[in-house]
Design a binder for this molecule. Structure first.
Ligand SMILES: Nc1ncnc2c1ncn2[C@@H]1O[C@H](COP(=O)(O)OP(=O)(O)OP(=O)(O)O)[C@@H](O)[C@H]1O
Ligand SMILES: [Mg+2]
Length: 267
């Protein structure tokens, strides 16, 4: 069995409510993501936020990234738990669009240009070349986004966010519109990113239950409760505790199949 422990809080949401006029979108959302330690391993955190279409996932995504200010409540990040501001977490939005008039190399460089550390052009090139080797994009660096497949573009936009140096990366529907092979490659990429740094924390917002659950250590189900307006986190599943985390081959495991069935019933 994997020995692990959960330690200090990296990101927390406290009493989040979001309302547009009379319309309540999110209600009383509370959670925290803790730093996971695994013996002898560099292990980041991967959390899936699952809910049916239109329930409020993108709105919660925007709230967590500081792009939308909640009507009530606060999202806090980092060891000092300061209130999140736009730009402090990396985002890969739903239907992400790269800069079409720039090459893949230049698109990746945007990540580094926006990062905190000052690097020379030569250093940037070396870093991008290294990442391209690791993530199998070397042949594409000179191409333009239109010359790549949707899955390849998706991977570029994820790596672009990794290059900004943000430890928190929020992804809105990272599997949508991809075929099974590309989904597998995106999953491998996400798992790799999650082990690049202890503190790397991915939050995957998705209605794709199987794929989002397969890569995650924690799953939250966003849904409605009877008689109450607005979506809230109805259920949290700790996959570490269930022995289902960090196992990419998990899909055929009976416990995993049962968990997916249970999550589906909550939606
Ligand atoms: N600016 C706004 N004003 C009022 N209502 C809004 C606004 N933005 C979104 N909504 C509403 O919030 C609800 C949640 O939308 P959201 O985009 O978060 O859904 P979602 O779960 O991401 O759906 P999908 O899976 O289709 O992406 C919807 O009913 C939508 O109409
Ligand atoms: Mg959405």
């Amino acid at each position: 069995m994997n020995a692990y422990s959960k330690n200090k809080v990296l990101l927390s949401a406290e009493n989040i409510h979001l309302q547009y006029g009379e319309k309540k979108i999110l209600r009383d959302i509370n959670f925290s993501i803790k730093d996971i330690h695994r013996e002898g391993l560099q292990q980041g955190q991967v959390v899936a936020l699952i809910g049916r279409s239109g329930i409020g996932k993108t709105q919660l995504f925007k709230t967590l990234s500081g792009l939308v200010k909640p009507t009530e409540g606060v999202v806090k990040i980092d060891e000092d738990q300061h209130e999140v501001k736009a730009g402090q977490v990396g985002i890969v939005p739903q239907n992400y669009i790269l800069f079409n008039h720039r090459t893949i190399f230049q698109n990746l460089k945007i990540g580094l240009d926006n990062g905190e550390t000052k690097l020379t052009e030569e250093e940037k090139k070396r870093i991008i070349d290294d990442y391209a080797i690791t993530f199998d994009l070397t042949d594409h660096l000179k191409k333009y986004p239109a010359q790549l497949s949707g899955g390849q573009r998706q991977r570029v936009s994820i790596i672009q966010q990794v290059l900004t140096g943000n430890k928190f990366i929020l992804l809105d529907e990272p599997f949508s519109g991809l075929d099974i092979l590309m989904v597998d490659r995106v999953i491998k990429l996400l798992l790799k990113v999650s082990t690049l740094n202890e503190q790397n924390t991915l939050i995957i917002v998705s209605h794709d239950i199987e794929n989002a659950t397969a890569v995650s250590d924690t799953v939250w189900v966003l849904g409605n409760e009877e008689g109450k307006p607005g979506a809230t986190i109805k259920k949290e599943y700790d996959l570490c505790e269930m022995g289902l985390a960090w196992r990419p081959e998990i899909r055929t495991d009976r416990k995993f199949v049962e968990l997916i069935d249970e999550i589906k019933k909550q939606l």
